[in-house]
Design a protein around this ligand. Sequence first.
Ligand SMILES: [Zn+2]
Length: 259
Amino acid sequence: MSFEIIDFHMHPFLDGAGNICVHDGVLSLRTDQIEEQMRALGISHICGSVIRKNTGEANDWERLKRCNEDALRLRERLGDFYIPGFHVHPDLIEESVREIERMHKEGVRLLGELVPYSSGWSENAAEGLSVLLDEAEKYDMVVSFHTDETYMTNDMIRRHKGLTFVAAHPGEAPNLMRHIERAKISENYYLDLSGTGLFRYGMLARAVKEMGADHVLFGTDYPICTPAMYIGGVAQDPYLSNEEKALIFAGNAKRLLGL
Ligand SMILES: [Zn+2]
């Protein structure tokens, strides 16, 4: 059985500063190989934000804006193969609200992946984040976030029940159980499979049993992680039906992003 596959969580790049593969010294990945490699694996669409190393930008906001610019330029280059995601900074509310409006006008609905630890958010950023999530909710955006309970607290989920959240990385068993608990707070809380977690036997079966196959999305975190492993982890899971696999691989991403 072959499935349509959408990678809901990855980080494409336009140049070396955006290539976050830790083994790139060996691979020398180029932008034009991203689509080629993904299509060879049967992936028809990719989603996510650009994450750049600092290359002399004056501050974190300048760097995040550069990431957002790269995402728009990549969309020009890759067409509808790529669904861009963008960054905001909750310590800079005015700038971020303008960025949300601009991205809405650009037809971008995916906010994130938000990665506080590499984006320079302060310890007091939660209040600002709440304001930005209110803005994102106005435009019916989908928020992809690196699971981080400093900012994305249960209370934050509770305060934005109308907003679609996709938490990244199932993590180890205790983290997965917290995702499952949070999914009870809001119908609009989803989990993507990128990063750590899927390699634990039974992790996916538990997420599907407790959250529902309609609340789990396929994601990889390429080029940090190896997409083929994630495809195998879903496609070859003996505890899931083909209908459940089809939802995880593409059905849920299509529904959430209106593809
Ligand atoms: Zn990521």
